[in-house]
Ligand binder design. Sequence first.
Ligand SMILES: Nc1ncnc2c1ncn2[C@@H]1O[C@H](COP(=O)(O)OP(=O)(O)O)[C@@H](O)[C@H]1O
Ligand SMILES: [Mg+2]
Length: 207
Amino acid sequence: MSVSERLEPPPPPAADEVGAVVLAGVSGCGKSTVGKMVARRLGWAFVDGDDLHPWKNVYSMHHGRALTDADRDPWLERCADLLENHVANGVPVILACSALKSRYRRRLRRDAETLLIHLACSREELIRRLGGRTGHFFDPSLLDSQFAALDPPTPGDGTLLVDGDADMEEVTNDIVRLITRPADRAARLAAQGTGAASALPGGGERW
Ligand SMILES: Nc1ncnc2c1ncn2[C@@H]1O[C@H](COP(=O)(O)OP(=O)(O)O)[C@@H](O)[C@H]1O
Ligand SMILES: [Mg+2]
């Protein structure tokens, strides 16, 4: 366990200065698609965390083998370094990165300018999307392993929840608002205060 994992995470950005955003959630929630749309809208850089995996991990996922914590370790380090470098250089970035466990999220949020946003989707919607996706290395049967690995963000976690089932344009608008308006971030966190899923319309189980 690294030092950064043991430390309490800093609170989510309260002022205007979001310098980096991790767009998190299980496979199929829209991290890559929506992340690019948000980056284009804001004129920010976009990096897909999938591209930071060592080849060993890509190979495992392609062959339906779930990644272990040890597999994810070098990948998380690359992701955290990337966020830190972007913040340090004043080049804001959206990073698509599943960040399924709370300790991964803590590890990625090395500084207060990094905001974590979790795209929460229903199981039915995820299965529908992954069934229709081609040319991607992820085997849809791994979805259950993603659910098993996920620590759903809790109210105290500081991760903002977004309704990932919504129309892509709506999801993009919601995220852009959260990034650019501190008051909207505060309101979302407050709405999440009574339970992780309570901030999302429609209710039901979300991942
Ligand atoms: N809000 C949305 N509504 C409908 N389809 C979506 C939405 N977000 C993503 N998709 C589609 O779902 C599939 C998975 O999205 P993707 O961005 O690859 O997910 P992830 O990067 O989280 O694995 C893609 O075919 C994408 O076009
Ligand atoms: Mg993706």
